[in-house]
Design a protein around this ligand. Structure first.
Ligand code: AVJ
Length: 320
């Protein structure tokens, strides 16, 4: 059947405006920050795929183990007609669900939503080839803004994998979960993957790998800003930092200026002192009781919670 043309809810103008607003807001704030969604141009998406194969980066393998174990059960319990994936990227692990739904029968449509046009083009074309008979409707959109644009009707299962929900700050997370619940009807389902709190000696290397792939991924945001906004960051002059925050139970990625620098971007002149840091990502880790409480606060009922055998990563199936 082939994938349907991508549905664009975020055009180049919106993306450009969003990036300019984030750069203006984040680079004039103290401490400085940039939101992680800007990592994912074609090169950033490829680097992230490389991260998922690193020996230190356990979340992808751990989540895949849960899905491999539970996909048949998820298909049976939800009986979904439409599978929607938020922040779908390559949709590689989602194939475990698509396989289970294919065995079971009854799934008609797959709707991946992502900010990355390049990732979405590749994944929708491949999935349409590999799952003939499945309607594949890719949506270019931002899961913090476009939940009201999801297809309605039929029994829906929305999946949000990889622990990407951990990129949202706690207040943003509460807002996202409420919007998610509001976009669903009673009887629809929500499947969410969350990396779990564990010893920093395991978490930190996952965000600071020996081969330096995560460092390149981190610096890629500066390349995106250079290309899209004509900034003159010297990415090589920024060191990759991954830091565990024990109070907030999250990992922060930062870029640390290795020398004093003056950067020009938009109409701004941004001076970095040597050692000054720019926060580029928060990746929150969760406790099972915290996940259930956050879902309940948004109006979901947590139905099942599973982990991989190592207890590294959690997957929750909740009902709207
Ligand atoms: C795709 C957001 C889940 O937070 O672990 C990987 C991104 N950042 N290495 C994560 C990421 C650094 C990843 N998520």
């Amino acid at each position: 059947m082939g994938a349907e043309p991508l549905e664009i809810h975020l055009d180049e103008q919106d993306v450009g405006r969003g990036l300019r607003d984030d750069v203006r807001g984040g680079l004039t704030a103290r401490p400085r920050w940039l939101p992680p969604k800007w990592f994912y141009d074609a090169r950033g998406s490829a680097l992230f795929d490389e991260i998922t194969r690193l020996p230190e980066y356990y979340p992808t393998r751990a989540e895949r183990a849960v899905l491999a174990d539970r996909a048949t059960e998820i298909a049976a319990v939800t009986g979904a007609k439409t599978l929607i994936e938020l922040g779908s990227g390559s949709s590689e692990k989602t194939r475990l669900l698509l396989d289970a739904f294919t065995r079971r029968g009854g799934l008609g449509t797959f709707v991946p939503l992502d900010v990355s046009v390049s990732a979405l083009r590749r994944s929708t074309e491949q999935i349409a080839v590999d799952y003939p008979g499945l309607r594949v409707r890719g949506i270019v959109g931002d899961f913090t803004r476009h939940l009201d644009r999801l297809p309605t009707g039929g029994r829906r299962l929305v999946v949000f994998l990889g622990g990407t929900i951990g990129n949202l700050l706690p207040a943003e997370r509460a807002e996202f979960l409420s919007a998610m619940r509001a976009a669903l009807e009673p009887g629809d389902w929500f499947l969410v993957g969350t990396d779990l709190v564990k010893d920093p000696s395991v978490v930190v290397p996952a965000y600071d790998d020996a081969a330096g792939v995560t460092a390149e991924f981190n610096r890629n945001v500066l390349r995106v800003v250079n290309r899209e906004l004509g900034a003159d960051f010297d990415p090589e002059a920024f060191a990759h930092v991954a830091l565990w925050d024990p109070e907030r139970e999250w990992i922060e990625m930062r870029l640390r200026a290795s020398r004093p620098m003056r950067v020009r971007v938009l109409d701004l002149t941004v001076d970095f002192a040597r050692g000054e840091e720019l926060r580029t990502e928060v990746s929150a880790k969760f406790r099972p009781e915290g996940i259930a409480a956050e879902l309940a606060a948004a109006g979901f009922t947590a139905h099942r919670f599973w982990t991989d055998p190592g207890g590294l990563f959690g997957v929750t199936l909740a009902r709207a």
